[in-house]
Design a protein around this ligand. Sequence first.
Ligand code: TXA
Ligand code: MG
Length: 367
Amino acid sequence: MKTKIFGKEGISEAAEILKGGGLVAFPTETVYGLGGNGLDKEAAKKIYAAKGRPSDNPLILHVSSIEEVYPLVKALPEKAKKLMEAFWPGPLTLVLPKSDLVPKESTGGLETVALRSPENALTLSLIRACGFPIAGPSANLSGRPSPTEASHVFEDLGGRIEGILEDGAVGIGVESTIVDLSENCPTLLRPGAITIEDLEEVLGEKVAIDPTLLGKSMAEGFIPKAPGMKYRHYAPKAEMILFKKNLLSDQSQKVNEIPYGEEKKLIAKSILSYGAKELSDCPERKIWILCGEDTASLYEGDSRFTVKILGRREEPLSMTHNLFRLLRQADEEGVELILGECYSEEGVGFALMNRMKKAAGQRIFYV
Ligand code: TXA
Ligand code: MG
């Protein structure tokens, strides 16, 4: 199959493909999505096949307005309305009890449905032109980092889907925040650019956090409520290890505090000596160091390593923006080992570190 690339002028042609049961990838503010008719179980099956994704992993239905949600859910609780009004269109997905209109093939067999209105003008027009919600997981092959540019989608899904609606590089770069509102207490299932603090401010109540986001593992019997969070994700082919200050050795420091100069130096020293040891065992090893703009100078003196700047430590969104692109680039360049710093988990930092730890398979080296 030939994959067509569409721009703004191609929206109605892209909508015709979706109406005919085909698949078109679409841009959002978080990552590119792989779209199909959200009310058509055959389209859902095609999405799983194109992505190579297990079909127990439910899809998100993308809508262009709050009104479009009513037919898709059993009821729309006040809390959901408040969050939609505050953050839509935007990087927030809400899980609610589904109506019979939504096929179980789109929800991985669950009685709930995940809904979101993305902040991208082309995609909002595409949804309107279709007249139905567009089901869309991230438009990557299962297991690869989510796509933040149309070229990433083409790399993974070219020849497997009918089209890609192109709109440059996305802004945020990590997937939307997911909040489960299907039970009494709102629960965060996946951190994103809308933070817990943002949610609590609008809701005026505490938001619970899925224990698996706080380090509880499946080995201990905790299963993430968002089925997709249990899969190995965002993983580069390279081995990735993160370095963090061992807080036990410094009780005076708070968990989320941005590291002070000495600590940054300590981490840099440890990363460099770890890399040097790897090279002494295996001199050909291609090693990347992933760091903040502020610490790059601590690594750049050593030409044996390629230093990649993730972004500005004080602005986690500048880092989420680059993370998946860099992980894909590492794959392309045949990088074998990525050594990275850890950052504050405050605010959007929680989403950044969630993705970084997943990419590293939770491997953290305490300095
Ligand atoms: O930013 C995003 O959310 C992107 C763009 C394209 O909108 N989409 C995205 O989709 O990340 P995907 O399929 O890669 O991730 C959806 C996540 C999965 O972890 C899935 O398990 C969870 O949402 N999910 C979907 N429906 C759910 C439900 N009914 N209950 C719990 N989790 C659900
Ligand atoms: Mg995904």
